[in-house]
Write a protein that binds this ligand. Structure first.
Ligand code: HEC
Length: 131
């Protein structure tokens, strides 16, 4: 009886780890999808040279990435956190640019932001999560 219980505990422990990670990844993907939507809004605002909309979309990106970053904070993956900070910093700079109304560099800034999203995706941190 004791043995059955112990086996049950071990099996549950093995199952709940990955299940927890899967649930987390679903939330991460959804948050990234929303980040993608905000990036689409940002691109439109840049094309239209609308400062207020640039700020709104950039602020949304900052908020979503800051939330997403929390998941990685305890994963002992400093390179991932550094990439989050880089992208968040660039989105913050675009937010400020939108406020200032000086939008000359907005297209370049947007291209750089896009590159920084891809830099993290190309590194596939989700495949390096401890199992
Ligand atoms: C520091 C890392 C990092 C940065 C920066 C980052 N992402 Fe992601 N992103 C991820 C990871 C990790 C996944 C994969 C999640 C998974 O599949 O478990 C992902 C997945 C995605 C997906 C696919 C979601 C899905 O449904 O599978 C989109 C879209 C996305 N990111 C958009 C963005 C955009 C737009 C930016 C920049 C504004 C960005 N990401 C910046 C780490 C990052």
């Amino acid at each position: 009886m004791k043995q059955t219980l112990r086996l049950f505990v071990i099996v549950m422990a093995c199952l709940s780890g990955p299940a927890y990670l899967f649930a987390q990844n679903d939330a991460l993907r959804e948050s990234m999808d929303n980040t993608q939507d905000a990036k689409g809004d940002l691109m439109e605002a840049v094309d239209a040279q609308q400062g207020q909309k640039i700020t709104a979309a950039a602020d949304t990106i900052v908020k979503l990435l800051e939330e997403n970053r929390k998941f990685w904070a305890d994963k002992k993956m400093p390179d991932v956190l550094e990439m989050f900070d880089d992208t968040i910093g660039q989105a913050k700079a675009m937010s400020a640019m939108g406020k200032s109304g000086k939008l000359d560099g907005a297209k370049e800034a947007f291209a750089k932001l896009s590159t920084s999203c891809s830099r993290c995706h190309d590194a596939h941190p989700e495949e390096k999560l401890p199992k």
